[in-house]
Design a protein around this ligand. Structure first.
Ligand code: AHR
Length: 506
């Protein structure tokens, strides 16, 4: 007999409206994300601007809302002006972060053209590693100012008379990290970020500005960094960033499956720190979290090691992790955590979009396919609608080395009152035992099950490849049904599921 997971759901358990920006992604000049990822002019499916239309179609299918660009570690040594103007005049540069060469064929204007085609909102990161306030203002004026001043006229001369209208701006990237070009102490970063933000707001008061938080919650400076930065920058920024990557280490499946516990604690700690500063400064506004890098990433594997020595390749194969079924379950659970925190997580970016730790893979000159992680993202983005509902949950627990005791199940729901649509996202994080689902839905009125799908594979290490791209994909879960107002069904070990219900028409 299987153990039971009992979910208590009620339309009154509202957290916040579902935010479309939860479903952001990230395109960095790193490996093959840009070149042979989104952009490959010689590809048979490239459009007139050199963008791969197969990748554009998959990006739309993934349901991506916003895309952070151009880095990442890359941005901390980047000169934005190298990437605008006639392509033949653009200089190639060494990218110190990834020990690669960037030909600068793609820059700000190309990215904006791609974002328009992909129907995504841009999020632009400025370089506060090797550069400062002046360059921040320059790139802002080039991107957004109406025609009539030097930099916007330059944009117009480059074929883009209209303002790009970028609202979200990241004030640097992971400046707490000693690996970052131009790494700074919290005090140094607080200064430069505040001054850049103040100047950018003088140029355009409506920008949404994101200060760098910690590059992971395990940084020694975590929380002290956020406190120092926000104490100085509070009035000038809207969000503080958080970054987190998870991986199965040394065969410890249990800890890996509990990764979302860490994301929960991380978000709660950043919010607590921001609110401490708010109380200290006696301010009204709340600082929100921009979780602008999150994913599963096997950083210890060879593919994550950048080239070295005299080798400075263009678009090398880097960070091309292949994701398995278990990775997709953890990934789906991370999305559950992000949704559950929609009251304070105002924006999030899956790192990254194509080839580099990505849900979409491409072969140069060839196919594009979906990794396992594509599926929970696309389904959550498509079906999380209306209000996020907190789910009270009773489930067995399991012990793991990293977090101690964790719940074998995790869940969140969304409820669109107007359309009468309820979506329940639930994971079974146990490695061996099936869980039987039991949820009382009587407080939602008369519902019917529209669809129940489960992502699971008997081999948790099964993956999708170019030649077998459908190996791991969600399948209909026919065990899920309504019985006297209770939702019941079977959730296999290591699985992610979505159950969609709708108000029965009278
Ligand atoms: O997403 C890969 C890298 O991870 C980014 O460049 C950096 O910001 C983070 O450390």
């Amino acid at each position: 007999m299987s153990s039971q997971v009992t979910l208590t759901l009620n339309p009154a358990f509202r957290v916040a409206p579902v935010r479309r920006r939860t479903f952001g992604a990230f395109v960095e000049h790193l490996g093959r994300c840009v070149y042979t990822g989104i952009f490959e002019p010689d590809h048979p499916e490239a459009d007139e601007d050199g963008f791969r239309t197969d990748v554009l179609a998959l990006t739309r299918e993934l349901g991506v809302s916003s895309v952070r660009y151009p880095g990442g570690n890359f941005v901390s040594g980047y000169k934005w002006e190298d990437g605008v103007g006639p392509v033949e005049d653009r200089p190639a540069r060494h990218d110190l972060a990834w020990h690669s060469t960037d030909p600068n064929t793609v820059g700000l204007d190309e990215f904006m053209a791609w974002a328009k085609k992909a129907d995504v909102e841009p999020m632009y990161a400025i370089n506060l590693g090797t550069r400062g306030v002046e360059e921040a203002l320059d790139v802002l004026q080039y991107a957004n100012a109406p025609e009539g001043i030097a930099l916007s006229d330059q944009r117009a001369a480059n074929g883009h008379p209209e303002s790009h209208g970028i609202r979200m701006w990241c004030l640097g990237n992971e400046m707490d990290g000693p690996w970052q070009t131009g790494h700074k102490t919290a005090e140094e970063y607080a200064r430069i970020a505040t001054e850049a933000a103040r100047a950018m707001r003088q140029e355009d008061p409506d920008l949404e500005l994101i200060a760098c938080g910690s590059s992971s919650s395990s940084m020694e400076t975590f929380a002290a960094w956020e406190s120092t930065v926000l104490t100085e920058a509070y009035d000038h920024v809207d969000m503080i960033s958080a970054h987190a990557y998870y991986a199965e280490k040394d065969g410890d499946q249990a800890s890996f499956l509990a990764s979302a516990d860490d994301m929960d604690h991380f978000i709660d700690a950043v919010v607590a720190t921001a609110d401490h500063v708010r109380a200290k400064l006696k301010r009204e506004k709340h600082i929100m979290v921009s979780f602008d890098e999150w994913n599963v990433w096997y950083q210890h594997r060879a593919e994550s090691r950048p080239p070295s020595g005299d080798d400075w390749p263009v678009a090398p194969v880097l960070l091309e992790d292949t994701y398995n079924a278990m990775d997709a379950v953890v990934f789906g659970n991370l999305l559950i955590s992000l949704l559950r925190h929609s009251d304070r997580v105002a924006s999030a970016s899956l790192a990254q979009l194509v080839n580099v730790i990505a849900p979409i893979m491409t072969e140069p000159g060839g196919a594009a396919w979906k990794q396992t992680t594509f599926h929970p993202f696309a389904l959550t983005s498509q079906h999380a609608r209306g209000e996020v509902l907190d789910v009270r949950l009773a489930a067995p627990t399991f012990e793991n080395a990293r977090f101690g005791t964790s719940s074998a199940a995790d869940a969140v729901a969304t409820w669109d009152e107007e359309d009468g649509a309820l979506s329940v996202f639930v994971v079974n994080r146990g490695t061996t035992e099936e869980l039987s689902l039991d949820a009382d839905l009587s407080s939602f009125g008369d519902l019917e099950v529209v669809e129940a799908v489960t992502l699971h594979h008997e081999d948790p290490y099964a993956a999708n490849t170019k030649d077998a791209p459908e190996t791991v994909a969600p399948q209909a879960n026919d065990s899920v049904r309504l019985e006297d107002g209770r939702l019941v069904g079977a959730l296999p070990a290591i699985s992610w599921s979505l159950v969609r219900l709708a108000r029965r028409s009278a």
